[in-house]
Design a protein around this ligand. Structure first.
Ligand code: NAD
Ligand code: WQD
Length: 333
């Protein structure tokens, strides 16, 4: 019998890619999403890729009654992957309460329901933002939580602590910078209106939606002066969730966290340059001031997940940039 995995936020960017990998690995994903930052097209896309029907519940994870009904209906949930959250750093500064109530509220309800329905395993979507500006690079999981640069970052720290305190087996996956799309271009990032992240912004310049973009600061202590990040292909990221599910289902008393990055830092200028080369396009850009709250450089030590789960990134950065651009073109058709 297939194991049932409840995937909250499964219609979103990372969630939809994970549905495909779960299905391909023999799991049965059950999706809960309120579509506040995504589209049903991602579920349809995942169904097309896997040639299967995916159970989908349009529900808000902060609605206790409805979520309780779902747990009653789906009696045999083996594990939960909790993606559902708001993710805009910028918006979280303007509307912190919205972030605290959704990101923390949804997790509190989930833990409560998991306890009462005897569901013992959770994989949580965390972020490298929990480290703030780490003292040592590459950063490993022993580094302490740093000063949260935004209310969004604070919600991820608080959620990890909540999970840590619970009785449930848990794996927090600390994503670095996810980029790219599934090669089919049938699923991707459907985030509303205005992207804040670098690669989606580059794609908007490429498509003509924006005339130009700014590089936020070139006076950092990095080789070319621009900030350094660890960009990870979303398909590699999705596969790590399957390995985390395998691990948590085959072991008892798991309470851990893993970095999910490639382990290599790239500067903003290197990303723009690679995008131009890979897609044979010119990206109009100008130097601008630093963006408030930006960390100068961060990239992962991914040794722990290599050793304990056998996960290694295999997708190239070039393919991430190519598929990101393919998704942007198709999204706008
Ligand atoms: P996303 O916005 O594409 O996906 C999140 C999904 O959750 C969306 O489909 C949204 O509709 C849904 N959702 C939000 N609140 C909900 C609620 N109360 N009830 C039901 N559904 C709800 O974002 P993503 O990029 O796929 O991110 C997934 C997770 O990974 C989030 O927790 C995010 O904070 C975390 N994360 C993302 C990144 C990144 O750069 N994309 C980096 C680190 C961590
Ligand atoms: C990358 C680099 C910018 C746009 C955020 C969250 C983090 C995680 C991933 C969720 C930075 C520079 C960007 C532009 C630029 N999300 N940039 N011009 O800030 O590393 O991380 O998303 O958990 O928590 O903080 O990602 O893609 O926004 O920026 O120069 O128009 O690109 O300054 O150095 P970031 P990003």
């Amino acid at each position: 019998m297939k194991k049932n995995i409840l995937v909250t936020g499964g219609a979103g960017y990372i969630g939809s890619h994970t549905l495909v990998e779960l299905y391909n690995s023999g799991y049965k994903p059950i999706v809960v999403d309120n579509l506040s930052n995504s589209s049903l097209n991602n579920i349809k896309g995942a169904e097309q890729i896997t040639k299967s029907k995916i159970d989908f519940y349009k529900l808000d994870c902060t609605d206790f009654e409805q979520m309780n009904k779902l747990f009653e209906e789906q009696k045999n949930i083996d594990a939960v992957i909790h993606f559902a959250a708001f993710k805009s750093v910028e918006e979280s500064v303007i509307q912190p309460d919205k972030y605290f109530s959704n990101n923390i509220g949804s997790l509190e309800i989930l833990i409560n329901l998991m306890n009462s329905h005897n569901v013992n395993n959770i994989i949580f979507s965390s972020s490298c933002t929990v480290y703030g500006s780490p003292e040592f690079l590459p950063v490993n999981e022993l580094a302490p939580f740093g000063k949260a640069e935004s209310p969004y970052g604070e919600t991820k720290q608080l959620c990890e602590k909540l999970i840590q305190k619970s009785e449930i087996n848990s794996i927090s996956l600390r994503y670095f910078n996810p980029v790219g799309s599934h090669p089919s271009s049938l699923i991707g990032d459907c985030s509303a209106d205005k992207p804040n992240n670098l690669v989606p912004i580059i794609c908007e310049v490429a498509s003509g939606k924006r005339k130009s973009m700014q590089i936020f600061g070139n006076d950092y202590n990095t080789p070319d002066g621009t900030c350094v990040r660890d960009y990870i292909h979303v398909v590699d990221l999705a596969k790590a969730h399957v390995m985390a599910v395998n691990h948590i289902l085959n072991n008892t008393k798991i309470k851990t966290a893993y970095n999910l990055g490639v382990g290599k830092g790239l500067s903003v200028l290197e990303v723009i340059d690679s995008f131009q080369k890979v897609n044979n396009l010119k990206i109009s850009h100008a130097l601008g001031p630093r963006r408030a709250g930006d960390v100068e450089k961060i990239y992962s030590d991914n040794t722990k997940i290599n050793i304990e789960l056998g996960w290694f990134p295999v997708m190239s950065f070039e393919s991430a940039l190519e598929t990101a651009w393919n998704w942007e073109k198709l999204k706008n058709l």
